[in-house]
Design a protein around this ligand. Structure first.
Ligand code: HEC
Length: 122
């Protein structure tokens, strides 16, 4: 198979992998840094803090202010860290059954709002 053919296949696999995969996955850079474009795109959104506060009520049942057994504290993590973690769970690059299920229900706007509300600007 040609190199271009391989790249196209890789782009297809990427597009199929992430629920929020961007249309522009044929871009060679997206193939080489999977997730990077997605994270940058979310960080570029104008987050809605009120929406983030509303959505975060679904998270605090597990993520309390103090870390618990197996559950990390997420409040005040850098915003970029929260976005990256949620994108990675959403596309299955970071595996954890519960968090993957939760992240797959979140759209880009929701991840941006949650990360802005929960996190600290970095
Ligand atoms: C049912 C319990 C539960 C709920 C609800 C939950 N989480 Fe999690 N979360 C976890 C656990 C357990 C982990 C650790 C998973 C791992 O080891 O990768 C985690 C990990 C994370 C991480 C990675 C933290 C780090 O230090 O790398 C982020 C970010 C996160 N959750 C955000 C959220 C957000 C945002 C919500 C709400 C939309 C949410 N979680 C709801 C249990 C939960």
């Amino acid at each position: 198979m040609t190199r271009a053919g391989l790249l196209a296949l890789a782009a297809l696999a990427l597009a199929a992998g992430g629920a929020g995969a961007r249309a522009d996955t044929s871009h060679a850079e997206a193939v080489m840094t999977p997730g990077g474009d997605e994270i940058a795109g979310i960080l570029a959104l104008e987050p809605d803090l009120g929406y983030g506060a509303y959505l975060a009520s679904d998270c605090t049942s597990c993520h309390a202010d103090a870390a618990a057994e197996g559950i990390p504290r997420i409040r005040d993590l850098p915003t970029g860290t929260i976005v990256a973690a949620l994108v990675d769970y959403r596309r299955g690059a970071r595996q954890h059954q519960v968090m993957e299920t939760i992240a797959r229900r979140l759209g880009d706007e929701e991840i941006a709002a949650l990360a802005a509300f929960l996190g600290e600007a970095d």
